[in-house]
Design a protein around this ligand. Sequence first.
Ligand code: G4P
Length: 522
Amino acid sequence: MNQSELETAVNKRRTFAIISHPDAGKTTITEQLLLFGGVVREAGTVKARKTGNYAKSDWMEIEKKRGISVTSSVMQFDYHDKRINILDTPGHEDFSEDTYRTLMAVDSAVMVIDSAKGIEPQTKKLFQICKMRGIPIFTFMNKLDRDGREPLELVNELEEVLGINAYPMNWPIGMGKGLKGLYDIYNNRIELHTDKPKFIDLDDEGNPVESLDLMEDSIFSDAMMEVQLMKEAGNQFDHKKIETGDLTPVFFGSALTNFGVKTFLDAYLDFAPAPSSHVTEDESVIKPNDSEFSGFVFKIQANMNPNHRDRIAFLRICSGEFDRGMDVTLTRSNKKIRLSNSTQFMADTRENVETAVAGDIIGLYDTGNFQIGDTIYDGKKAVQFEKLPQFTPELFMQVSAKNVMKQKSFHKGIQQLVQEGAVQLYSNYTTGDYILGAVGQLQFEVFQFRMLNEYNSEVVMQPMGKKIARWINPDQLDEKMSSSRNLLVKDRFGEPLFLFENQFAERWFKDKYPNVELTAKL
Ligand code: G4P
């Protein structure tokens, strides 16, 4: 493609993730979006993957279905004049560091909240990562067809709990069984909650242009009053603040009954950003329209089937165009690699991708070349994107080799899996014993399984439970500070940190050593 074709193609891309707490409705809304994109013909296609039980004991079963699970990691479809990439952020038992890292590869996020529950813990964690990146965050208050919390309360909660300004794009008229419609503030119209979507435009004074029975209803005047109140006392709409992630546009709706979802998607696409620039380690800025190709690996998915050792490295293209068979350089090793076997993702088909551009995600078949955070490029000048952040694990496990005669394969396996980003590795500061850290339980189970199957090393794992990890300035460290309630360990770079038993232990420590600096990673 020539430069102007490349620019057109890149500007069409909208790459985002849906963040939510389990059960808020992420799968249901994804499904509706795919329906609009014509990718799936029936509701239930994406859902089917969730009905395959994701429980731990069924790990092997999951792997049999790997084809499905891998392909739905990225869903691409065309809608109006845009090409949309939705990246899956696994939750439930699949919640892991990969979930966090996926957020490094998107340009915006959609936060789905159950309007009966408000902000839940996993939403908060994922939100904080989006906030740290300064990407636009759009909020969808879901399940309006059920009785939930007061809309005003939900909007206030965004400001109070997450610290983000909120601007309602629409406002519910009733709720649950009494749901009549939405006052679509952005489009200045009423969206009626009827079987077929029906819209009534409003005039400049906010009165419906055609007669509407609903106007007689007190819930209609209540909703109009609340909106008026917010227009006077609430935040102003500010596109710049949306772009920097300081203001979240809020949409109400019901994914299940497909109410307000299309309105949301259309408005979202008016404001969602095209692929952004990326900064390199030497602080140069790589623009998506640059003709030279570059990208980084944000996730590696290993095939759990011992007969198929292949892995898929997920690459976010940051600039230029990918063509199958192209030669690139892997910056870390300065090695040339031919990208001949690559995959593009769709809802249920896995196809070999011929071309892709900045903003797209491609899967590269990998035989062990790639690590998480790797950069590849095809220009003359070497490119290395900034390191992916290290996330603070919450769950810890002591790990050792069952058979002491097999230390070599044990160490090799651990080193490789840690490098790949499957788990984080720590060691007891005094004894040197290995401790694994993860953000989700499944990471440990995958680790144990792969150690046995790929490295022939049976491991013994002893749960240490939840801990709060806090790094300490090495200059301030005194080994005597360590106790059973705040265990001193080293991370894999040799940096010291404490694993606090709970918040109480952390507070106790801070009281005892007020001058000692403790820091969390993300
Ligand atoms: P997740 O991916 O965020 O975990 O949530 P998912 O979409 O699977 O939705 C969780 C449950 O909430 C599902 O019910 C789903 O049908 C329901 N749900 C999603 N959106 C809405 C909505 O707008 N209104 C209502 N009333 N329910 C909604 P389930 O009973 O757990 O699953 P299923 O038996 O319906 O498949």
